[in-house]
Design a protein around this ligand. Structure first.
Ligand code: ZN
Length: 388
């Protein structure tokens, strides 16, 4: 792998900004970073000049089901390669493969397949997003707020079932989404937290009190806030009231302008602040594909105008890519550095890997994007390898 010195007009770490910056990339990691004029070009290294561009960390997507016509539930190397290749073109350099609720057999098969893929994903040198682990969206979801997750396979939370999922994941279980009001949720939350998982509230009809009880048990993340949640009311603020007023809880947002209207996005952004927001795609197989019929798990989804719906007309994930999410959020008046943080440092911190992903810093993986003045993505490096 060639050693590269990237010379960017501006660099967002994202907690600091450097103008006329240099980033030295060697063996897939950032070896040195600072003002270009203070850096020496090592012998044999190639310099890339990008003076009109802004360098930012690669995006980290903690909630994504598929892309490029394929779904992570397929669990095959072929499917996961298509997904990861497609999203990398849109700046997602690492992601947490997210399941949908399915039969126990299908779920186990998918999870085992994803875990196997993760164990050998670096054996081929194609440039693709790295799969960091697995996010279980289901089966412990509320029937009342299931969205398009099939009702027949929803389950009450059970530590035994969670144990089986974690075993199938072979050390790759990262995030558990759970409806905390369900019978048996608290012991299940405790078990997931003890196993080191991030536990998130989602697809939930929880009251404010039920959500606060879950937070007291270590739930510190909320999945696609507003969507598939008990609605906020001024006399029943519910789970959304708890998310908005609990600083220990990070909030996911699908910033496609379809899932959540603009004012509601602003309310969430203002209540949580840039340090507790995480932008996700919730992308499905149709991402990066033309309108038509696609699968989300075993469910047929019709995509029209880029919006995914099931046969009842319910929203079924998105075709959002994170480069577009960045532009949408900046379009709401959020400063670029804050928007970048919501796509990089914050999701990496949620997973506890901020030393390696989600920030441009010495020793971190060289997952780097270049943006032009219109915030269009022009270049992507994944672990030091340029995407062509
Ligand atoms: Zn969902």
């Amino acid at each position: 792998m060639p050693t590269t010195l990237l010379h960017a007009g501006r660099l967002l770490t994202p907690t600091a900004e450097i103008t006329d910056a240099g980033i030295l990339i060697r063996d897939g990691v950032i070896e040195e970073l600072g003002l270009r004029e203070g850096m020496r070009l090592p012998a044999g290294a190639e310099e890339i000049s990008a003076s009109g561009k802004t360098a930012v960390p690669g995006f980290v997507d903690v909630h994504i089901h598929g892309a490029g016509g394929r779904d992570v539930m397929e669990g095959t190397a072929d499917a996961l390669q298509s997904v990861t290749k497609t999203v990398a073109r849109h700046g997602t350099t690492s992601m947490v493969a997210t399941t949908v609720t399915a039969s126990p057999e299908d779920t186990m098969r998918s999870v085992e397949g994803i875990a196997h893929y993760i164990s050998q994903q670096h054996e081929t040198d194609d440039t693709r997003a790295e799969v960091l682990g697995i996010h279980f969206e289901g089966p412990f979801l509320s029937p009342a707020r299931r969205g398009v997750h099939p009702a027949e396979w929803l389950k009450l939370p059970s530590s035994e079932m969670l144990e089986k999922l974690m075993q199938a994941a072979a050390g790759n279980a990262q995030i558990l989404t759970i409806a905390p009001e369900l019978l048996g949720a608290m012991p299940c939350i405790d078990a997931a937290r003890n196993a080191g998982m991030v536990v998130a509230m989602g697809h939930t009809d929880a009251t404010y009190e039920q959500a606060r009880a879950a937070i007291a048990h270590g739930v510190h993340h909320a999945v696609h806030v507003y969507n598939a949640m008990r609605p906020f009311s001024h006399r029943d603020s519910g789970v959304i009231g708890a998310v908005l007023t609990s600083p220990e809880v990070s909030a996911e947002l699908i910033a496609d302008g379809v899932h959540v209207e603009e004012i509601a996005m602003k309310v969430l952004l203002q209540a949580k602040g840039p340090e507790h927001m995480i932008l996700i795609s919730d992308g499905i197989s149709a991402t990066g594909m033309p309108d038509g019929k696609y699968m989300l798990g075993k469910l047929e989804v019709t995509v029209a105008g880029g919006v995914c719906r099931n046969s009842e007309g319910k929203l079924a994930g998105s075709t959002l890519t994170l480069d577009r999410a960045l532009r949408n959020i900046v379009g709401l008046g959020v400063p670029l550095a804050d928007a970048v943080r919501m796509l990089t440092l914050n999701p990496a911190s949620l997973l506890g890997i901020e030393f390696k992903k989600g920030a441009l810093r010495v020793g971190a993986d060289a997952d780097i994007l270049l943006l032009d003045e219109g915030l269009q993505l022009t270049n992507v490096w994944v672990r030091g390898v340029a995407l062509n």
